[in-house]
Write a protein that binds this ligand. Structure first.
Ligand SMILES: C[S@@+](CC[C@H](N)C(=O)[O-])C[C@H]1O[C@@H](n2cnc3c(N)ncnc32)[C@H](O)[C@@H]1O
Length: 206
């Protein structure tokens, strides 16, 4: 059996004792991340019956579960991840790398020209441990997602995206301001305090 490092033991401990992990198991969500979206949605009312949205970086699927439930049968959820995802009722999913042009085209055909009310993006690259590389990879994905939002959102649409504070943050926020009338920061309770992750919410696409 592999010997666990101190930090992975600490992670395991924290995970096992985490209130949101238990709650997710009880409520039937695939990840504790569900509560981040639920909390943001409670405040900002992004998803309601009839909302048409894309979920980028959707696996294992807790945001898709939340989104499909809230959007109902009049809405639509289109999801994408580089990893496989168990089917979620009411969600159309494709597996592929969002950085690849062919995958983007396949996803666009799935939308079939439907303009979106909302794009949610929780994508995060595999962390290499090199913070400069990790930040750059992460913002590259965010920029691709912002481009996608710019091209597919209706006027007035919204974009929720996970970012990591640090290098690249100011520049990316400025890019968001060019596309949206307002850009706000959200740090839901379910997002661990020690994590530099926050969510940017672009409202009212110009
Ligand atoms: C934090 S997880 C998302 C959790 C999800 N929101 C949920 O509630 O279940 C980040 C996801 O981004 C995906 N991802 C990372 N790089 C990607 C890429 N280049 N293309 C597509 N998905 C990617 C990962 O595979 C991972 O599933």
């Amino acid at each position: 059996m592999a010997v666990r490092s101190k930090s992975s033991k600490a992670w395991l401990n924290e995970h096992v004792n985490d209130h949101y992990v238990h709650k997710a198991q009880k409520d039937g969500y695939r990840a504790r991340a569900a509560y981040k979206l639920l909390e943001i949605n409670e405040k900002d009312k992004l998803i309601k019956q009839g909302t048409v949205l894309a979920d980028l970086g959707s696996a294992p699927g807790s945001w898709s579960q939340v989104a499909a439930k809230l959007a109902g049968s009049d809405g639509a959820v289109f999801a994408l991840d580089i990893l496989p995802m168990e089917p979620v009722e009411g969600v159309s999913f494709i597996q592929g790398d969002f950085r690849e042009e062919g995958v983007l085209q396949e996803f666009e055909s799935l939308l079939g020209g439907r303009p979106l009310d909302l794009v949610i993006c929780d994508m995060a690259p595999n962390m290499s441990g090199n913070s400069v590389t990790d930040q750059a990879r992460s913002y590259y994905l965010c920029e691709l997602a912002l481009d996608f939002a710019r091209n597919h959102l209706k006027t007035g649409g919204c974009f929720l995206v996970k970012v990591f504070q640090g290098a690249g943050y100011q520049e990316f926020t400025a890019q968001m301001r060019e596309v949206f009338q307002s850009v706000q920061v959200r740090k839901p309770d379910a997002s661990r305090n020690r994590s530099s992750e926050i969510y940017l919410l672009g409202k009212n696409k110009r």
